[in-house]
Design a protein around this ligand. Structure first.
Ligand code: DAH
Length: 371
């Protein structure tokens, strides 16, 4: 046990001048030095700690009580400074002693490295993300890069610059969710939830001159009632290729190859005339039913074909909008094609998912099947 009982052997201060204080603290400091000189065992170190730093019985506490608390206000600062230096000195000696006897407080918390670790369950890629990544990889192998764009768009990017003029009937087919309270803004600046990924075509072209080969995956929103095949939030993959001498044959070859990569090399494609305001000519693409090979089954409604995406040659008037920022998109010099597909539909086909809402349910029993 400590030689000093608390308080009883704290000498009285002879005065509060600096020289007197220095002398008094120096005497204590010599005591600290002496009592820390031969600390050879963890027990001795602990005794030293208690002797000086013990909360109730410690000598430092006694010094504080005897010298600091009762000191006149003018002297408190001078004593306080010396007190802090003394405390730091004690702590330093304690640390040294702990280190050299291996009695650090950390010892009691030491980890048994032979125990097995805590296992964390590995997550699995969501089927939507997996499908999205597969599609991106297919196009990356053909030299496409990946872009993204905002989910909240202006009317200009979602519609006008894609050649849907105000009041155009094709706007109605998109069941747009608009941000409220925008009536005082000009129509082109009003905000809405993008109804397709096509506006990112415009952003991309405004940012970089041709040539461009890019795919753009992302979330889109429509005011659709949810059922087994519709969700008000779904995902699309947009594609855009612009260069000199790009033709419809390039479009057909690219998409035919992509579908073969996605569903297997025996899959065939066919193109039907269609309409999109931002492409001319436009086409819908069907693939031969990957479930029955084209002979007809329930999945393809006994037609042997499944419609999967829209595409077309970029309409010159779209280049016209882009030229306001990037003059290099001169439709006399360059041409391009674009396409858009629903990632959810493709994921459902690839993984045999019967209800789109499962992909948005967060139900682990569903997700664990993809682990
Ligand atoms: N944006 C169209 C839609 O959501 C899909 C689409 C069709 C995109 C043709 C294209 C395209 O880039 O060329 O219905």
């Amino acid at each position: 046990m400590p030689e000093h009982e608390s308080g009883d052997s704290i000498p009285h201060l002879s005065g509060y001048r600096e020289a007197e204080l220095d002398q008094a603290f120096a005497a204590i400091s010599r005591e600290v030095e002496a009592s820390s000189a031969a600390l050879a065992t963890p027990e001795a170190v602990e005794a030293f700690r208690l002797q000086w730093l013990g909360r109730k019985q410690g000598r430092l506490k006694a010094i504080s009580d005897a010298w600091l608390k009762s000191a006149p206000v003018e002297a408190k600062k001078l004593i306080g400074q010396r007190f802090n230096t003394l405390k730091a000195e004690i702590e330093q000696r304690l640390e040294h002693a702990e280190a050299s006897t291996g009695s650090s407080a950390l010892d009691s918390e030491a980890i048994d490295i032979t125990l097995p670790g805590t296992r964390r369950k590995l997550g699995a890629e969501h089927p939507l993300i997996r499908t999205q990544n597969e599609l991106i990889a297919i196009f990356a192998r053909m030299g496409y890069s990946v872009g993204i764009g905002p989910e909240v768009e202006t009317d200009y990017y979602n519609f006008e610059s894609l050649n849907f003029p105000p009041g155009h009937p094709a706007r109605d087919t998109q069941d747009t969710l608009v941000v409220s309270g925008q009536e005082r803004k000009p129509l082109r600046d009003r905000l809405l939830m993008r109804t397709h990924t096509s506006p990112v075509q415009i952003h991309t072209m405004e940012e970089q001159p041709p040539p461009i080969r890019i795919v753009i995956p992302g979330k889109v929103h429509r005011n659709d009632a949810a059922d087994a095949t519709h969700s008000p939030i779904f995902h699309q993959l947009e594609g855009l290729c612009v260069d000199t001498n790009i033709t419809f044959a390039d479009l057909k070859g690219t998409l035919d190859h992509a579908m073969k990569e996605l569903f297997g090399s025996s899959v065939r494609t066919r193109f039907f005339p269609s309409f999109f305001p931002f492409t001319e000519p436009s086409a819908d693409v069907q693939i031969s039913c990957p479930f029955c090979g084209g002979s007809g089954c329930r999945k393809c409604k006994y037609s042997g074909w499944i419609e999967l995406l829209g595409c077309g040659m970029v309409d010159p008037s779209v280049f016209g909008f882009v030229q306001q920022k990037q003059p290099a998109y001169d439709p006399k010099k360059i041409s391009g094609f674009a396409f858009g597909m629903g990632i959810d539909r493709i994921a459902m086909m690839k993984y045999g998912i019967g209800d789109v809402s499962l992909m948005y349910s967060g139900d682990l029993r569903f997700l664990e099947q993809f682990a």
